[in-house]
Write a protein that binds this ligand. Structure first.
Ligand code: UDX
Length: 436
């Protein structure tokens, strides 16, 4: 099939590339000329494991194309996916900013030729697809098209696998014709028996918010239980195991930590709160999960301060990992930003290492952070080390070496990577989250 992807950000690029890997003929469009030129050479602007190889392969096999011209990309497309950004609105009120979605709808409308399905891939509030429909009808009253919603559930760092082997695909449609096109696009997944949930457009739009809000609640829940564990002397890792074995609860997303970050959970939870307010409703559990997440970051600052004997002023702290999770260079809403900024405001010095995120980190962390070539260099002469993001290369550190490099053998493990008993045996003053 001929598919066009509008927007070559994270979602657009992964989705377009994976569709071409399915065997479809895909054209990705972006307004930024330099970005398109780079992509044409098979170079990608983000770090996502496996993506660059897949882009190169599908370009060379002639199924993946990049252009800035809608006139080239739209007329022959059987489906046009809108994968443009929906940042939090600049008004700071938590609403999703839909400017780019509506602008894209307006711009593609004149080029629509034969029957086309316009699919919202961006995470958008309920009702957006209907607005897109209205805009296209206004701009091109003769266009033969349907709108649809097809939310993405891709995790950064695991996006290719999530796309190729999803738990489910959700499609929201209002006609059999559109359903047929979308089922055809996802046919390769149907062959591996991926469930396809076909529903109304509004239900599909809300399902994305509901999924992310639930996961955010799950993380905030285990973070609160971790805090209770610290108070009563219990071990949260064992609790997560014990409750996770209950099939109704499930073991995933029960890892306590410094709070969730990233481009989705923080943005989508607040956007959902705003959407429901407009309907006079509330999502109190979501509101609380958001509050708990803020509190968790502040709690981590206090944890570090306490480990340093009550004050961070004048102390040097080594941070291992800066990105909001491993296997990405994304620093959006990373807990490291709040935690490092708070500590530096109170006079701490920070040395930091991250395998992929240091370039992005430099744009958002305070001036004065010292970036190092590896974990050991960060620990040299530091008064404590904080394991912030659980990159694989921090899972088997030479702990004896770390202990010798540190001024004080203080190890604050915000991802519970290491075994507390073993750390104490090695002579560290150690703390995790929800276990001692
Ligand atoms: C998320 C959703 O998982 C994905 O389906 C959605 O479409 C986009 O948002 P992503 O933001 O890439 O994906 O990362 P994810 O793996 O979900 O982690 C989000 C945050 O939660 C990270 O900061 C991570 O460290 C944190 N987290 C996750 C925990 O603290 N504990 C957990 O058990 C799981």
């Amino acid at each position: 099939m001929n598919i066009t992807m509008i927007g070559t950000g994270y979602v657009g690029l992964v989705t377009g590339t994976c569709f071409s890997e399915f065997g479809h003929n895909v054209t990705c469009v972006d307004k930024i000329k330099e970005k398109i030129e780079t992509l044409k050479k098979g170079e990608i602007p983000i770090y996502e494991p496996g993506l660059e190889q897949l882009v190169k392969k599908n370009i060379s096999e002639g199924r993946l194309h990049f252009t800035t011209e809608l006139s080239e990309a739209i007329p022959d497309a059987e489906a046009v996916f809108l994968a443009v950004g929906t940042p939090s609105s600049r008004r700071g009120d938590g609403y999703a900013d839909l400017t780019y979605v509506y602008q894209a709808a307006r711009e593609i409308a004149p080029y629509l030729n034969d029957y086309t399905v316009i699919v919202d891939k961006s995470t958008v509030p309920v009702g957006t697809a209907r607005q897109v429909k209205r805009i296209i009808q206004e701009e091109n009253p003769n266009a033969d098209f349907d709108v649809a919603s097809n939310p993405e559930f891709l995790r950064e760092g695991a996006a290719i696998n999530d796309f190729m082997r999803p738990d489910r695909v959700v499609i929201g449609v209002e006609s059999e014709r559109a359903e047929k096109v979308l089922r055809e696009i996802y046919k390769p997944l149907y062959l591996i028996e991926t469930p396809i949930v076909c529903t109304t457009i509004e239900t599909a739009e809300l399902s994305k918010y509901a999924a992310n809000a639930f996961l955010a609640i799950k993380i905030s829940f285990i973070n609160e239980i971790a805090n209770v564990c610290e108070a009563v002397g219990a071990d949260v890792a064992d609790i997560a195991k014990a409750i996770g074995m209950d099939g109704r609860i499930g073991s995933k997303f029960l890892h306590p930590g410094p709070g969730y970050g990233g481009s989705c959970f923080p943005k989508d939870t607040t956007a959902l709160m705003r959407i429901v307010q407009e309907y006079g409703e509330h999502v109190r559990l979501v509101e609380t999960a958001v509050e708990v997440n803020f509190a968790q970051k502040a709690r981590m600052v206090k944890k570090i301060r306490d480990m340093l004997g009550g004050s961070e002023a004048g102390k040097t702290i080594a941070f291992l990992g800066l990105t909001f999770k491993p296997e990405t260079d994304d620093m959006r809403e990373a807990p490291s930003i709040t935690i490092i900024t708070s500590l530096m405001e109170k006079g701490a010095r920070v040395k930091a290492h991250d395998p992929k995120g240091m370039d992005e980190a430099k744009k958002v962390l305070p001036e004065g952070v010292i970036y190092t070539r590896n974990a050991y260099e960060a620990c040299e002469g530091a008064d404590a080390v904080v394991l912030m993001t659980e990159w694989n290369q921090y899972r088997a550190l030479d702990l004896k070496k770390i202990k010798n490099l540190l001024n004080e053998p203080i190890f604050i493990d915000l991802r519970n990577v290491y075994d507390p008993k073993n750390m104490k045996k090695l002579g560290f003053k150690y703390t995790g989250v929800g276990r001692k």
